[in-house]
Design a protein around this ligand. Structure first.
Ligand code: SAH
Length: 299
């Protein structure tokens, strides 16, 4: 079935492959071929033991190019089996959430309301409702941040925390639940701020997390709560590089920053930009083709 995407819908491509290795190769190639925001790519094992790959596109894709890319990473049979269709924009996050299994990262587990009862006593559940904002925990960048947040909290108890580019609020909720401290969550996008605020209330941390609409560091709320012991910023390589000076200025001495939203080949230039401001790299990891960094401001 081939459907032309309409402006009210989101274009989608779906297909299945036989094993995890093939799915990963395809996901890696597609991830490298799009800028963040152009396509959301996910692969999950289905009940038959095969792997379902789903790609949501911001704009209607060139179907022949997508088939060629998939053929490069697998074969013509898989490429020929891709189904392109369009789903209503308002439904796609909901639909993708409903099909998603809970995601674990360190002590955290991100889940939809349908999986509320799956949170064990030793886990911190983060419930994310269907909404048009980024951050269900299933993206490699979000998971990378949660893994580092869990790591940092094993040895530090940050008191002042900023989640810059909060999306659904997933990272701010995780930080507030784990630390019971005030968290400032900001986003450039007013809709995300609204969604994040609803998710804070849903997760019982509405009194701990302050959500504000702001571009980068330009907000009185940021000035008021700085310097931060921990900043989480899952944005993109270019804005993160551009923000290096502001980031350093808003960090406490020995403060930490978790940076994500970088493709592996962009990581070095981001590290260089932050090193130039006196930060040191503590850790770096790649999850599903996305790099995350943990850096610290010198004391
Ligand atoms: N923190 C969430 C969402 C990450 S997506 C997670 O980890 O899953 C990145 C978010 O950053 C988007 O919601 C986007 O609107 C926001 N954003 C992008 N540029 C920004 C900027 N300059 N200042 C503040 N927020 C920004």
């Amino acid at each position: 079935m081939t459907t032309t995407a309409t402006s009210s819908g989101t274009s989608r491509a779906t297909f299945a492959v036989g094993d995890e290795f093939s799915a990963k190769r395809i996901v890696d190639l597609l991830t490298e071929s799009f800028e963040e925001g152009e396509a959301a790519i996910a692969a999950f094992e289905n009940p038959e033991g095969r792997w379902d790959v789903t790609v949501h596109f911001a704009d209607p894709p060139d179907e022949a190019s997508i088939r060629n890319l998939v053929a490069l990473a697998s074969d013509d049979t898989v490429a020929g089996s891709i189904v392109f269709d369009t789903i209503e924009a308002k439904d796609w996050v909901k639909e993708s959430l409903e099909g998603l299994v809970p995601v674990r990262a360190g002590r955290f587990i991100v889940h939809g309301s349908h999986d509320r009862d799956k949170v064990r006593d030793n886990q911190l559940g983060i419930e994310i409702e269907a909404a048009l904002a980024f951050g269900t925990g299933h993206h490699g960048t979000t998971r990378g941040c949660l893994v580092y947040l869990d790591y940092v909290l094993r040895s530090k108890a940050p008191k002042r925390i900023l989640d810059l580019g909060t999306g659904t609020g997933v990272l701010a909720i995780a930080a507030a639940k784990a630390t019971k401290k005030h968290v400032l969550a900001t986003d450039i996008d007013a809709m995300s701020v609204k969604v994040a605020h609803e998710n804070m209330k849903l997760n019982g941390v509405g009194n701990l997390v302050e959500t504000v609409c702001a571009t980068g560091f330009s907000s009185p709320a940021i000035a008021k709560h700085a310097p931060f012991d921990l900043i989480l910023a899952n944005i993109l390589a270019n804005p993160l590089r551009a923000m290096a000076t502001d980031m350093e200025r808003h960090m406490a001495s020995n403060g930490m920053v978790i940076l994500s939203g970088l493709l592996p080949h962009q990581a070095t230039s981001v590290i260089v930009a932050y090193r130039a401001r006196g930060l040191v790299l503590l850790k770096q990891q790649i999850i599903e083709g996305w790099s995350s960094l943990l850096m610290q401001r010198a004391g």
